[in-house]
Design a protein around this ligand. Structure first.
Ligand SMILES: Nc1ncnc2c1ncn2[C@@H]1O[C@H](COP(=O)(O)OP(=O)(O)OP(=O)(O)O)[C@@H](O)[C@H]1O
Ligand SMILES: [Mg+2]
Length: 191
């Protein structure tokens, strides 16, 4: 399905997530159009990560419905996964690989063809300011550099929607600014 046929990026109706008797999400409704930057704010334990995990197909809701990029997350999880990029709360890039190798593995996972993948990786590394460190092991990166690499990784397959859990956690003001600039340019970075 192409983006023009899908008026909304995310539609959530009556979403409930219960862990035993505990309500982590209690009847959530929301609609996010394409092109919009949507944030959910709340204290620790409010359910922000739970909502992202449902929308990205990692866990199932107890009740309700979620449509992401035009696909029902419960019925078409593979189609949803192909349409989205995810930058999770915990950093998950591989420390024993270089930045470029980390991106390459993800690009292969998403079946980005060889030539396109090489070019896309070079382009993304440039955009997140990591070109000169691209062939260093991630173990030698600072936290902000690693976060920027994770954002590049989330964009490798040109997703229609990018999910970010705690997007600026652990970043100093300078890295925070770099990262916010990246988010502001997301529409441009998708291409
Ligand atoms: N697997 C689980 N089993 C039981 N309870 C869970 C599970 N996962 C999350 N919860 C509970 O659901 C609630 C929401 O958690 P969630 O991680 O979504 O919060 P959050 O808003 O992302 O918090 P934070 O700001 O700390 O990241 C919490 O009370 C948490 O303990
Ligand atoms: Mg969280």
């Amino acid at each position: 399905m192409i983006q023009n046929e899908v008026p909304n990026a995310i539609i959530v109706k009556n979403l409930v997530k219960r862990y035993d008797a505990f309500n982590a999400l209690d009847h959530v409704d929301l609609t996010v159009p394409f092109g919009e930057c949507f944030g959910s704010l709340g204290p620790n334990g409010a359910g922000k990560t739970t909502l992202i995990r449902i929308l990205t197909g990692l866990i199932h809701p107890t009740e309700g419905e979620a449509i992401v990029a035009g696909h029902d997350v419960a019925k078409r999880p593979d189609a949803v996964r192909r349409s989205i990029g995810v930058v999770s709360q915990a950093m998950t890039t591989d420390l024993d690989l270089t930045g470029r190798e980390n991106l390459d593995i993800y690009g292969k996972y998403y079946q980005v063809p060889d030539k396109d993948r090489r070019e896309r990786i070079g382009d993304l590394l440039e955009r997140v300011g990591l070109t000169e460190r691209a062939d260093d092991l991630v173990a030698a990166y600072s936290g902000g550099m690693r976060r920027r690499l994770e954002i590049a990784r989330g964009l490798i397959h040109r997703p229609k929607i990018l999910f970010l859990d705690e997007p600026t956690i652990g970043l100093d003001p300078q890295s925070r600014r770099v990262v916010w600039d990246l988010y502001n340019n997301f529409e441009r970075m998708k291409t």
